[in-house]
Design a protein around this ligand. Sequence first.
Ligand code: SAM
Length: 223
Amino acid sequence: MKKGFLLLIYCFSFLYADARVDGLKQRVCNSLSSLEGWCTSEKALNFIDLILEVKPDIYVEIGVFGGRSLLPVASALKFLNHGVVYAIDPWDRFEATRYYDPIHDRTNLEWWDKLNFNYIYSSYLAMLRKYDLERYCITLKMTSEKAVSEIDRIDILHIDGNHSEEGSIIDVVLYLPKVRSGGYIWMNDASWADRQEAVDVLAKECDVIKILDNGNLVLFRKR
Ligand SMILES: C[S@@+](CC[C@H](N)C(=O)[O-])C[C@H]1O[C@@H](n2cnc3c(N)ncnc32)[C@H](O)[C@@H]1O
């Protein structure tokens, strides 16, 4: 009788934990469309699952924009009450277009040129306040090149900053050595032609774990 009762409590505790995780995922997915950025529900759910599995001390996101891909990350850290995410972005028009070629990247340049970065940055800060995530997030309003000296050992890295060939390679070369062996790297827009050299550098030191978003988001694990 006592054994049966304990088994029942054991089963209920699992069901309760599952329901809490489902609630977290539901809340995050419902909020994504209100934020500036590009993160889909599929990406958000995968970011959350990896964090719940790895329980990182240090997560680094390069390229934050309005915080749409940071919301699932910081929300999962809050759920665990563990770890911190470094949110790196200069939120600056000049830096966002620094390595772009005036002819080859004209469409891109025009798009970034029209953007109101002050508004995007404010919307990101408002998101942190609204969801009470400030304790889990260290915002570094600077380029990834400058921010690298502030960071030591990374458990999970998300590369989504400057998408030019040069910018992508810089992020991999500067940040991959900081990722611990067995740590993870999300490379966003991995199928873009300008990102191929950076992807090749990653592939030399890492295994591919998962490919999402029609080949655009790749999860690597450092050997
Ligand atoms: C594609 S957006 C990021 C989107 C965001 N991760 C999301 O999913 O919604 C690229 C961001 O990279 C930032 N960026 C550009 N150059 C950078 C640099 N050198 N270091 C860090 N971030 C940079 C831009 O300001 C921009 O906000």
